[in-house]
Design a protein around this ligand. Structure first.
Ligand code: ATP
Ligand code: MG
Length: 285
């Protein structure tokens, strides 16, 4: 059986999280700082370290079978590949930004303007959709300095916090596309590679579900249990164990990470005490 070849970013904003994800899926790969590829000791996978720009093309051509990269790059390259799973990291957006002192009335602002970007295809389709006649200046990096050096009137660049734009005197005015890291796949994998990919995706989903949820334990008087169960729907129904102290029990359940602060206040109000919230390593639904 041949190995599944996965392309990940060699170095950059995606590389650490991509390696970490494989590790959390129980796939051990060696460091790879100065190598082009490596294989895992305990999973039929070979890892190729590449520039993110090249990954869609290599996956389309089957140089790699699958890859991890940002949706922004997948959309920009527009290759014939399939997005298999969103990975929940490297959240960012491709945005248009203008000098901060300029007023902005809407997309029409960009008519007859020159806009610097590394994403000419996505920007062109945004302008076409809004009937804007603008000039696109394609540059490969440091897009945010283009207006300052007189290369362009505005930029279209990747933003997460917006602080890079701000330090360059720019103001974000339009989100062109939102992005996060994804797994893409070649569309014609043979059966054995599809099976390895299914195994990998199963593990990826278990890791993702675990990150999105917390295990919660609490003590409560028996009469508070119905109200607490309403607050904590859990995976199916919460586990309830008696405590040594009469009339009291311990309740165990699972709560969504982004809901748990709100729930914890409700739980305390309902009579819960000694609340523990614990990370989950893997969660199989
Ligand atoms: P390479 O050398 O591989 O071509 P690069 O310099 O083009 O790397 P990076 O800056 O490492 O690319 O960004 C890789 C991807 O990480 C981007 O395509 C985007 O999906 C995501 N990303 C970029 N900037 C941010 C950010 N500030 N916050 C979160 N994710 C980001
Ligand atoms: Mg790149």
């Amino acid at each position: 059986m041949s190995n599944l070849k996965i392309a990940i970013q060699k170095s950059g904003r995606l590389s650490e999280n991509s390696r970490k994800l494989l590790e959390e899926c129980g796939i051990k790969i060696s460091n790879g700082a100065n190598v082009l590829k490596t294989s895992a000791g305990n999973f039929p996978i070979e890892v190729l370290f590449l520039r993110d720009d090249d990954i869609p093309q290599y996956v389309e051509q089957k140089v790699a079978d699958i890859g991890i990269l940002g949706e922004n790059m997948v959309f920009e390259k527009n290759k014939d590949v399939e997005i298999m799973e969103q990975l929940g990291f490297a959240h960012c957006r491709l945005s248009l930004a203008i000098p901060k002192e300029e007023s902005f009335s809407g997309p029409g602002y960009f008519n007859n303007k020159k806009v610097a970007t590394s994403y000419p295809r996505l920007l062109r389709s945004y302008f076409d959709a809004n009937n804007i006649e603008a000039q696109i200046e394609e540059i490969s990096g440091s897009v945010e300095i283009a207006p300052g050096i007189g290369l362009a009137d505005a930029v279209c660049d990747i933003v997460s916090s917006g602080s890079t734009l701000m330090t360059n005197g720019l103001r974000e005015v339009v989100t062109v596309v939102k992005s996060q890291a994804v797994i893409i796949s070649n569309k014609n994998l043979d059966k054995s590679k599809q099976e390895i990919l299914s195994k990998l995706l199963f593990r990826v989903r278990a890791v993702k579900n675990a990150k999105e949820n917390k295990y919660i334990l609490l003590n409560a008087p028996e009469e508070a249990i119905p109200a607490i169960c309403e607050i904590l729907p859990g995976m199916k129904s919460p586990t309830i164990l008696p405590l040594v102290e009469k009339g009291w029990c311990s309740l165990h359940s699972v709560v969504k990470e982004d809901e748990f602060w709100e729930r914890i206040n409700q739980l305390k109000k309902a009579g819960a005490e000694g609340i523990l919230v614990i990370p989950i390593e893997k969660m199989i639904l």
